[in-house]
Design a protein around this ligand. Structure first.
Ligand code: GLU
Length: 411
């Protein structure tokens, strides 16, 4: 099934449960606009290669479109449309004054030199420039993009408009107007959400264990934030495999080992297990923080966690959700659990508009309060409509979008 159609299954359950106006449902079912660009890049060997990129703006109903740019060999137009749709819902659940968007380039960035990567990044921004801007569409990091890439994007866009443009992009380095706390924000948010779920279940953090799939920006910070909150992290993974330690992993050692060797696998004092074994561990919290479509009908039955906190976008298929509902596993869905990144992106944008910067403690405090509020609003909807947390999150998001559409006269 097409990923966008699959992503709409829980949304359609929400539409039915809340009896959403069909006009509003029809507007949300499609992105407002999607741009496909071809990006010629002069390679180091003198040849020219043409890359394909996209920017899909799903919605600008609640504010300017917002969302990251992903560099990956499997990027497709359907994937960016789906990720843009999730951004709209994520921003609405978090209560941010934003719509949703996502961009991507079909490329494995590990195959490019730093100069080629910079040239590709700058050319991409030139190609999507008509759509983006501080009040139109604000990019950010996503898979395989980081503060350095945001810096090149900001520089290129500032050249195009002829003005200093920090507010057009988030996830920047601090010296360019980035926010303190942004790098850790998605992981921190996953843990804030997981801690609220533990509280609901009456489990103290120091009695809980966690397994984290993925050890990139989201996964590594999620693991570190679990430990900071006294939750024992027993397993983490990357594309090469997973590592396990029943007494709790020494994350500083794992990070140092990953930096040195390029993988977490083989780190001293850990047992190597498969990614499938990690997903099936008997832990309190499983945090899939890698990528979409990881928990499916084929492996859902093996999951033994009590809580799933989704750091990745779209890690669980609707089939797997049905299995988790039947097994009584409490799923904190992506559009709630991983909203910490875009929440601190919003703070960064606000600080850029004001040219006035907050302390890290202020950022963390504001993020925590906003995410706890969102968690409880979704949980209340889940109780009121007798639906799981994912459908409830869509109910909250769609309710906000539909209200704004009505007042704007869209439907
Ligand atoms: N790429 C992140 C996400 O999927 C962050 C987006 C943003 O900060 O705009 O939520």
């Amino acid at each position: 099934m097409n990923i966008f159609e699959m992503a709409k299954i829980p949304m359609n359950q929400a539409i039915a449960a809340m009896q959403l106006d069909p006009g509003a449902a029809a507007v949300i079912a499609v992105p407002e606009r999607t741009l496909e660009v071809s990006i010629p890049v002069k390679m180091d060997d003198g040849s020219t290669r043409v890359f394909t990129g996209y920017r899909s703006q799903h919605s600008t109903v609640l504010g300017p479109a917002k969302g990251g740019v992903r560099y990956h060999q499997n990027v497709s137009i359907d994937e960016v449309k789906t990720l843009g749709f999730w951004m709209t819902c994520k921003c609405a659940v978090a209560g941010l004054p934003y719509g949703g968007a996502k961009g991507g380039i079909i490329v494995d960035p590990a195959t490019l030199s730093a100069r080629e990567l910079e040239a590709l990044t700058r050319a991409y921004i030139t190609k999507i420039a008509p759509l983006i801007g501080e009040k139109k569409d604000i990019p950010a990091p996503d898979m395989n993009t980081n503060g350095q890439i945001m810096g090149w994007m900001m520089d290129e866009y500032s050249k195009i408009t002829g003005q200093f443009e920090p507010g057009f992009i988030t996830g920047k380095a601090l010296c360019l107007g980035g926010s303190l706390g942004r790098t850790a924000a998605t992981g921190r948010g996953v843990v804030v959400a997981a801690l609220e779920a533990l509280k609901l279940k009456g489990i103290a953090p120091d009695q809980a264990t966690a397994a984290v799939q993925g050890f990139g920006n989201v996964g590594s910070w999620t693991a570190k934030m679990f430990v900071e909150n006294n939750v024992k992290v027993v397993a983490v993974s990357d594309v090469k495999g997973a590592i396990y330690c029943a007494e709790g992993l020494n994350l500083a050692a794992v990070e140092a080992y990953q930096k040195e060797t390029g993988s977490v696998v083989g780190c001293q004092g850990t047992k190597t297990i498969t990614n499938a074994e990690l997903l099936a561990l008997e832990v309190t919290v499983l945090a899939p923080c890698a990528m979409e479509l990881q928990l499916t009908k084929d492996n859902a039955d093996a999951v033994r966690a009590q809580i799933i906190a989704e750091g990745a976008n779209g890690p669980t298929t609707p089939d797997a959700d049905a299995v988790f509902d039947a097994k009584g596993i409490f799923v904190v869905p992506d559009i709630l659990a991983n909203g910490g990144g875009v929440t601190v992106s919003y703070f960064e944008w606000v600080q850029n508009l004001y040219r006035y910067f907050w302390t890290e403690a202020e950022v963390i405090e504001k993020q925590t309060v906003m995410m706890q509020k969102a968690f409880h609003e979704v949980h209340e909807a889940s109780v009121k409509y007798q639906v799981n947390m994912r459908v409830a999150a869509y109910i909250v998001a769609l309710g906000r979008l539909a209200e704004a559409m009505k007042i704007r006269g869209i439907c």
